[in-house]
Design a protein around this ligand. Structure first.
Ligand SMILES: Cc1cc2nc3c(=O)[nH]c(=O)nc-3n(C[C@H](O)[C@H](O)[C@H](O)COP(=O)(O)O)c2cc1C
Length: 206
C-alpha cells in the first residue's frame, strides 16, 4: 500500500492552498493511496534554535510535535506540500518546519558524509502553491527552498501545481483549471508510486 503525507502549510485552514491540497489528496485516495493529512498550524513546532544538538546523532533535541510528523514522513513514499506565497517565499508555518529538518541535513551531510546531490531520492513529492500576483518570478524563492527541503527528505520534487492571481479566501473555488490540475497531480503521484512499489517488489523476488 502506497503511503503519502500531505502537509498543509497555510495559516488558513480552509484557504486556497488547502483547498488545492484537499483535491490532490482526493486524487491520491481515488487511486488507492493511504494519505495522512497534517495541518502544520495545528501543531506545536518551535523554530530551529540553532543549538546544533543534532550534531551528536542527527536528531533534533527540541521536544515538540516535530518528531511525530517527521516519523510520518519517514514512513511515507510520497509527500504533498502546500503553502501560500508569503513575501516571495513559503509561509512561516512551512518555513519553521523546514528549518527543523536541518537535523536531517546534519545527519546526511555531516554525520553520514554523503556527497551532496548524489544520494538516492527514494520519495517523490508535489509542491502546491498559490500567490495573489501574476509575476514570472512569483514562485522562484519558494521553489528553491522546497527543492532543498525535499532533498533532506530524500524526495524528488516530482511535480508542482503553481497558481497565480488567487488571493481572497475561497477564490480558488472559481479556478476549475487549478483544482483539476491538483486532483490529477495527486492521482498521478499515487499511480507512479504504486508502479515503483510493484517494480521494487518484483525485483526483490528475482
Ligand atoms: C503575509 C502575507 C504575505 C503575502 N505575500 C505575497 C507575495 O509576496 N506575493 C503574492 O503574490 N501574494 C502574497 N500574499 C497573498 C497570498 O499568497 C494569497 O492570498 C494566497 O491566495 C493565500 O493562500 P492561502 O489561502 O492558502 O493562505 C501574501 C499574503 C500574506 C497574508
Amino acid at each position: 500500500m502506497v503511503e503519502i503525507i500531505a502537509l498543509y502549510g497555510s495559516p488558513r485552514r480552509e484557504g486556497n492552498s488547502a483547498t488545492l491540497l484537499e483535491r490532490a489528496v482526493a486524487g491520491a485516495r481515488q487511486q488507492g493511496a493511504v494519505v495522512e493529512e497534517v495541518y502544520l498550524r495545528d501543531h506545536k513546532i518551535s523554530p530551529c534554535l540553532e543549538i546544533y544538538q543534532c550534531m551528536k546523532n542527527g536528531e533534533c533535541a527540541i521536544r515538540d510535535d516535530f518528531a511525530s510528523i517527521l516519523a510520518k514522513i519517514e514512513a511515507s513514499s510520497g509527500i504533498m506540500l502546500a503553502s501560500p506565497i508569503f513575501f516571495y517565499s513559503v509561509s512561516a508555518h512551512t518555513k519553521i518546519f523546514m528549518d527543523r529538518c536541518q537535523s536531517l541535513w546534519v545527519r546526511k551531510y555531516w554525520i553520514e558524509k554523503q556527497p551532496f546531490g548524489r544520494a538516492e531520492l527514494t520519495r517523490k513529492g508535489i509542491f502546491i502553491s498559490v500567490g495573489a500576483t501574476e509575476g514570472k518570478k512569483l514562485f522562484d524563492g519558494a521553489l528553491l527552498s522546497v527543492r532543498y527541503f525535499f532533498d533532506v527528505l530524500s524526495a524528488e520534487l516530482w511535480k508542482t501545481v503553481l497558481c497565480r492571481g488567487v488571493d481572497r479566501k475561497g477564490e480558488i473555488n472559481s479556478r476549475r483549471d487549478y483544482l483539476e490540475e491538483a486532483f490529477a497531480a495527486g492521482r498521478e503521484l499515487a499511480r507512479v508510486l504504486q508502479e515503483q512499489q510493484s517494480q521494487r517488489s518484483a525485483s526483490e523476488k528475482t
